[in-house]
Design a protein around this ligand. Structure first.
Ligand SMILES: [Zn+2]
Length: 498
């Protein structure tokens, strides 16, 4: 086939009628991590297609409440969704398609299913998928398809389990012309059509939240296999576990009103904290959200960033001390690399990979402490450099940045600001050195001198704390050296505001 290294992936997109919440964020960030791993660790080119649901009951209802057109509402929240995803550092899909711009393809897809004997139109202008025509193949994704509810009295379906491919227009609702009269597409048909429009009858990966497995994905399979007349349309269905609010049984959702919007969340926490939180559980499993789980993720992130800063200071000779135990660190580095690769190849076991890296960092920190406390002597920056490079590379691969002295790419003002902070830290170091240097004074004279100069030390501490709130982390390595690194200010926060 010659396309072993391409992965054709379809992702169900948002229904754009309101702000996205953390439950959505969790699903999209987890799949973003998987996509980055497939690309950078396993060398695949991932072609990611996303369908945007820009017409449905909720959009129509909300638009009429707000007295704007469904199209205007949908554009507003589609833009909003894209901004949220960018703020979470989720890579955009290779291409996204809107339902309202795919109507002709949807109509002909429905005609194809009808022509193959798997759907029927009713007098009222609805088209339904004929579930019984699928025989026992329906339910192949979820094992046993849940029992269909008793038939509603006002429906014109032939069988209760049949689902709508085309819905006849209700008065005053947005609609399109079709061979069955004016109407709009059902929900499931849009994903089948968009995926098939781009990829034809082949699909390697289909992703979405676990709540989409049934009936949505099951119905997508029925439609596609009927249309393409194939035995298996999608090869892998990946489902992300739900985000639960801690102490509650239910998932975070709009209808339960127990949600936190992505925008609100990002006022208190950095996208990196959220990403680390996502990495620390398998993408399949349900996870508990609470302030304390986020604070814990923030703590781990600061520990990682702090290790990177310390190891860099050691390499530059700004940390006093002797050699580290080189052989032990080299060994641990290579065994960690093996463990991480094995874990990632095992259904993207990110928690195991992160644990292995945290163990490596723990050992690195211990070695650094020994090196710092020990007498001066030969130094071994290479092995610590290798550990730092590996740790940074791993987190960069999954879309997470640790402490960075590099400027944020952009205009020249970032570079200028960098120089200003450099000068400021140097000035502060001079003030500190003066305050601490008592020269030849001893006894009472020395104590008096230190007391007089204490306000200078206090001012240095205050400056350090004030800059920390802005993401600039200054560390005093000795009386002769201070270093600084840039972190996301929200990562520096010990407690969320408010
Ligand atoms: Zn879908």
């Amino acid at each position: 086939m010659g396309r072993e290294f391409a992965v054709l992936q379809y992702s169900c997109g948002p229904t754009v009628y309101d702000h996205a919440h953390l439950g959505h964020a969790c699903s999209y960030v987890r799949f973003d991590i998987l996509r980055r791993l497939l690309t950078k660790v396993f060398g695949c080119s991932v072609v990611m297609v996303m369908g945007i649901t820009d017409v449905d009951d909720k959009i129509i209802r909300r638009a009429s409440e707000m007295d704007i057109s469904p199209a205007a509402l949908a554009r507003l929240y589609e833009e909003d969704f894209k901004q949220d995803m960018a703020a979470l550092k989720v890579l955009p899909p290779t291409v996204s398609l809107r339902v309202t711009e795919t109507i002709p393809q949807i109509v002909s897809f429905i005609q194809g299913i009808m022509a193959r004997g798997h759907a029927y139109a009713t007098e009222r202008g609805n088209v339904y998928f004929d579930l019984r025509s699928r025989g026992d193949t329906y339910g192949k994704l979820v094992g046993v398809a849940p029992c269909v509810a008793a038939e509603a009295v006002d429906t014109d379906k032939r069988y209760a389990g049949d689902f709508a491919l085309w819905k006849a227009a209700k008065p005053g609702e947005v609609s399109w012309a079709s061979p069955w009269g004016r109407g709009r597409p059902g929900w499931h048909i849009e994903c089948s059509t968009i995926a098939s429009a781009v990829f034809g009858s082949q699909l390697d990966v289909h992703s979405g939240g676990i709540d989409l497995a049934f009936p949505h994905h099951e119905n997508e399979i029925a439609q596609c296999e009927a249309f393409h007349q194939c035995a298996q349309w999608g090869n892998y269905f990946l489902h992300a576990g739900h985000l639960h609010v801690k102490g509650q049984e239910q998932k975070m959702s709009k209808s339960l009103k127990n949600y936190i919007t992505i925008k609100d969340f990002l006022r208190s926490f950095s996208p990196d904290v959220f990403r680390l939180f996502c990495l620390r559980s398998s993408y399949r499993s349900a996870v508990d959200y609470s302030d304390s789980t986020m604070l814990e993720a923030g703590h781990v992130l600061r520990r990682l960033a702090s290790f990177v800063e310390d190891a860099r200071a050691y390499m530059r000779g700004q940390l006093a001390g002797g050699p580290v135990s080189e052989a032990e660190l080299w060994d641990r580095l290579s065994s960690t690399q093996r463990t991480v690769r094995t874990a990632l190849a095992d259904d993207f076991d990110t928690p195991r990979a992160v644990d292995a890296i945290l163990d490596l960092v723990h050992l690195g920190n211990r070695q650094l402490r020994v090196a710092t406390e020990g007498p001066g002597g030969p130094r071994s920056p290479a092995v610590l450099g290798a550990v730092v490079a590996y740790v940074e590379q791993f987190f960069e691969t999954v879309g997470l940045s640790l402490a960075s002295r590099q400027c944020v790419p952009g205009d020249g003002s970032a570079a200028a600001l960098h120089s200003v902070v450099d000068e400021l830290v140097r000035f502060r170091l001079k003030v500190r050195q003066f305050a601490l240097d008592t020269g030849t004074a001893t006894g009472d004279a020395r104590r008096e001198q230190l007391r007089e100069r204490q306000p200078l030390l206090d001012a240095c501490d205050a400056l350090r704390q004030d800059l920390a709130a802005r993401g600039i982390s200054i560390k005093d390595r000795s009386s002769a050296a201070s270093t600084w690194e840039l972190l996301d200010p929200r990562t520096m926060l010990q407690k969320p505001e408010g």
